[in-house]
Design a protein around this ligand. Sequence first.
Ligand code: NAP
Length: 339
Amino acid sequence: MTESNRRILLASRPTGKPTAENFKLVSAPLPAPGEGEVLLRILFLSLDPYMRGRMNPGKSYAKPIEIGDVMEGGTVGRVVRSRHPDFAEGDVVLSHSGWESFAVAEGASLRKLDPSAAPVSTALGVLGMPGFTAYAGLLTIGQPKPGETVVVAAASGAVGSAVGQIAKIKGARAVGIAGGAEKCAFVRDELGFDAVVDHRAADFPAQLKAACPDGIDVYFENVGGPVWDAVFPLLNDFARVPVCGLIAQYNDAAPRPGPDRLPGVMREVLSRSLLIRGFIQREFSDQRPAFAKEVAAWIASGQVRYKEDIVDGLEAAPEAFIGLLDGRNFGKLVVRVAA
Ligand code: NAP
């Protein structure tokens, strides 16, 4: 094989919003698989909000990417050379290879995909980590009951779209929050949410209140910031808040100035008996088999729909990722690295 490996490295750490200069595209010789490993041609690369945290120094719930290292990410790849008995040339697998066109992976870390069961890119979205996050976070922490109101932000995205649809399957009323008319129309008309509110509207808090006449029983937190400010007063007694993500603050370089609102928030947590519970999806990994079975069935029955935003070419990844943090993606953001 005469091809070389194209890789996108972390060139520098961003201060605030990432820019193209924080990434570097390089060429490298194709890596060779060792015993028990396979060489993959990457077909799809998942772009996800968590990658912004990995670009910062210092450990959060995972180690940062070092400067000069390849950007990390979930991938779907085709085996082009195998030195593992369970994998043959041509097999399509889920791996965590990163922003590159070829990768060596340990066979033990891979999951074989069945291209006849579902488009393989869905292993990075509705049938993968984001879909699982929605399923486990909503059902384990949110525990929606029939007739309750479930609100989710970033509702047209990979996690939010699944949260609202699963809430409806459980008999709850789903209210989405999304940015702009096109995303709002999709959430209401295509995904079947009961109501949707545009967080960019000047009177967003009033619109949200009108969309939730019985208050909010479950708020699936994906964004934080002004959206959280509008949601918080509407939480009912015994409301549950799975804290999944805070994308509105991922680009903050320093804490925002302002009065200390923590005492007031804690008073309300106490007096309204609120459950506010953060989570990282992997803590629920024992639920993966149930998730895979149930969500595949819901997709087959049309109860869960999904939208992918596919951009072409590895070199498009930095710009697409920068856009994700600004809400420019529309659906699960995936890079098609090879046909
Ligand atoms: P996504 O919804 O496909 O894309 C991100 C969306 O966030 C954007 O399209 C935008 O939608 C919205 N957004 C961006 N900046 C915003 C802002 N300042 N205010 C309000 N909305 C903003 O992404 P995703 O993969 O589904 O992830 C959603 C959230 O889940 C993220 O916070 C992510 O970090 C989190 N997550 C957590 C876990 C976990 O284990 N805890 C796992 C996966 C994902 P609009 O244009 O509609 O505003």
